[in-house]
Design a protein around this ligand. Sequence first.
Ligand SMILES: [Cu+2]
Length: 349
Amino acid sequence: MGLKLDSIGHIEMGQQLGRIKVTLLALAALLSAAFAPAALAQDNEAPTAQELAEGAEAVAEAVAPPAYTPMAPTLDKGMPTDPRADTEGAMFKSLTFQDQYTETGAYALWMHDYFLLPVITFISLLVLGLLLYTIVRFSRRANPQPSKTTHNTAIEVIWTILPAAILVVIAVPSMTLLARQYETPPEDAVTIKAIGYQWYWGYEYPDHGGFEVVSNMKSAEDALADGEPFQLAVDNRMVVPAGVPLRIQTTAADVIHAFSVPSLWFKQDAIPGRLNEKLLTIEEPGVYYGQCSELCGTLHGYMPIAVEALPMDEFEAWILEQGGELPGAADAEPEAPVEEATAEGASGN
Ligand SMILES: [Cu+2]
């Protein structure tokens, strides 16, 4: 039959299990027929097969996934801002970080905007002020006889303690951010494995049957036609569920690459022979663009990343469309042989 050895083994085991189930079912039917009035047993038996078939159809219709169409990206969401754009504040927005769509990213952005930036601004202005004061106050004209002082204990204590204190204060949010960035994914996180190749990305879905999506950069014409940013748009995106923890694993097939998406505050090296993994929870559905961030050869600049976060049901529909399977589907499998067996049994009788 051209099947592999292990798959034959599985199929035979499945059939054996099926046969055991059929035997048990037949026994149960016999027992119920023996103990219940004959009419009731018949009533029970005949519709069961029909009902099962009809029920299965109804379920299949209800579960039938809507066809997947790639989500249209939102301007300035999950992508860099063009400083030449007409939109308000485009110039400023292009100079700072992208809007963040993860909790860690929001924290990091807060730390930058409301903590580090004020501190560095204060220090820069203070140093600039002192410098200007010194230039004016102690110039040769204003101060012809310079002081011969070489030490001042008080001032030396201050300029040692103060910077040290500032560093200690900065260390608090800094260490918090570091810890958050390396939080271990929970056990039930959805695993997606990003594999770097020269020069494209592959996305494997080990929790969903292990299929792999190959993702190449779109041509300028295709990107433009689809309303996507050129050099960021890809033919096949990395589709993930939004709002649930993801276990992003990265590795590479040839040289070192890096999987990086700025608006998700995510950057992780993809190293041959090594599996890195990190937690990622995307807060809302959307398209988020990134790029390989490790010099990996000639076409390093042409292996962009596009992450499409979808609501869970749409993600599952996409999985099925890709020929993957849903986790938990394996638990439901034993029902199939039972249905078949019942139908066969009914026709046999
Ligand atoms: Cu690369």
